[in-house]
Write a protein that binds this ligand. Structure first.
Ligand SMILES: [Zn+2]
Length: 100
């Protein structure tokens, strides 16, 4: 029998990402992928946008943590300020749906 250790915790089966807000490592499928496009941070809902991405829990508190810590310019290697309002709008939409 050949050892098949890679199947356990294989990084391809369950890729882990760190939430830029709360810094918790989670499977990437539970995190929202964010991409910076021309100075604006947008949620990459279909995971199809190219470029440097960042991962965030789909939660406003994690977005606020990320903003307070100013992690976005570093995460996206941007020189100037980034506008996260599309992400905020997306998260607010998620929450209002959930609450009825
Ligand atoms: Zn988080």
């Amino acid at each position: 029998m050949r050892p098949r250790g890679k199947l356990e915790y294989g990084d391809q089966a369950t890729p882990l990402r760190t939430c830029v807000g709360c810094r918790v490592r989670t499977v990437s499928s539970e995190l929202l992928r964010l991409v910076a496009v021309e100075g604006v941070i947008v949620p990459d809902l279909r995971r199809r946008l190219h470029g440097r991405g960042a991962s965030l829990h789909p939660s406003l508190s994690c977005l606020e943590l990320a903003e307070r810590r100013r992690v976005f310019p570093r995460a996206f290697r941007a020189a100037g300020p980034l506008d996260p309002s599309p992400v905020r709008a997306h998260l607010e939409g998620l929450h209002s749906e959930r609450n009825g």
